[in-house]
Design a protein around this ligand. Structure first.
Ligand SMILES: Nc1ncnc2c1ncn2[C@@H]1O[C@H](COP(=O)(O)OP(=O)(O)O)[C@@H](O)[C@H]1O
Ligand SMILES: [Mg+2]
Length: 253
């Protein structure tokens, strides 16, 4: 992982979304879920996505993360037109470019913390030794190097989510998709998770999309967008966000 200069303003956006539509079929009728969404996300941005339950947050996040196809519209990530990829191509693209963090951690219960974090690396050409080194770095980053042989059931919710964060970052993805990652955690654990997301963004330049119901969590992100009933109704910058790049002061001329 390399640190990046947050001067991303002049670079082309990482995510380009134009007039994006998505609906689901219910019986023989189509239920619109996202309607005419247009949105750019720069590389290195940390964006919070809020909105009432059912407003389409997960649907939008999953489209950007290549888990689903839109009905119509432009959707490119890192210059790749995701609408043109087959299921297999999308899966390969996700494995390389996206790290996933979910509300309920989605760890495999019969695997240790180490083995859970190693899992996405099994899809790469890395040797066993290289995999071990990567897993150790990731577990250290989330402060769990001494828990690597624990199973998920032997860890607290906050620790399990930190293992999930290590799993999300171990492949060094460009984009991190975090869908309500603090939704099941107590305040202290939630703050630890948000601190980690801030570090991944500030120190390692990861682009992060955080879906959350929690105003405190959203207030950490320098950009907040809000969806209501599949429409993007607000997109604002929060210059006072509690999670700015620690490198920012040094890098200004
Ligand atoms: N796979 C699906 N099939 C049918 N309807 C779905 C599916 N996924 C989501 N929906 C519907 O789309 C709407 C938006 O869902 P979602 O994106 O999960 O919202 P949010 O994450 O904001 O709660 C909801 O009405 C939901 O019922
Ligand atoms: Mg959701």
């Amino acid at each position: 992982m390399t640190a990046v200069n947050p001067e991303y303003v002049s670079r082309p956006p990482l995510v380009v979304i134009e007039h994006l539509y998505k609906s689901y079929r219910r019986g023989n009728q189509r239920v619109p879920v996202l309607e005419d969404i247009s949105l750019d996300i720069a590389e290195g941005e940390f964006l919070a996505l809020m909105g009432p339950s059912g407003s389409g947050k997960t649907t939008l996040l999953n489209l950007i993360a290549g888990l689903d196809h839109p009905d119509s519209g432009v959707l490119t990530v890192g210059g790749v037109d995701l609408t043109q990829l087959s299921e297999g191509q999308l899966a390969a693209w996700r494995a390389r470019h996206v790290g996933f963090i979910f509300q309920f951690y989605q760890l495999i219960p019969v695997l240790t913390a180490f083995e859970n974090v190693e899992l996405p690396l099994l899809l790469t050409p890395l040797s066993r030794r290289e995999r071990r080194e990567h897993v150790e770095v990731a577990l250290k980053l989330v402060g769990l190097e001494d828990r690597s042989h624990h199973y998920p059931s032997q860890l607290s919710g906050g620790q399990q989510q930190r293992v999930a964060i290590a799993r999300a970052l171990v492949t060094d993805p460009t984009l991190i998709s975090a869908d309500e990652p603090t939704g099941d955690l107590d305040r202290t654990s939630a703050r630890e998770v948000l601190d980690l997301l801030c570090r991944l963004n500030g120190e390692f330049g990861k682009t992060i999309i955080l879906v959350t119901h929690d105003p405190e969590a959203a207030s950490r992100a320098p950009r907040l967008i809000r969806l209501i009933k599949g429409n993007l109704i607000m997109d604002e910058r929060n210059n006072a966000a509690g999670c700015r790049s620690p490198r920012e002061p040094e890098s200004s001329p």
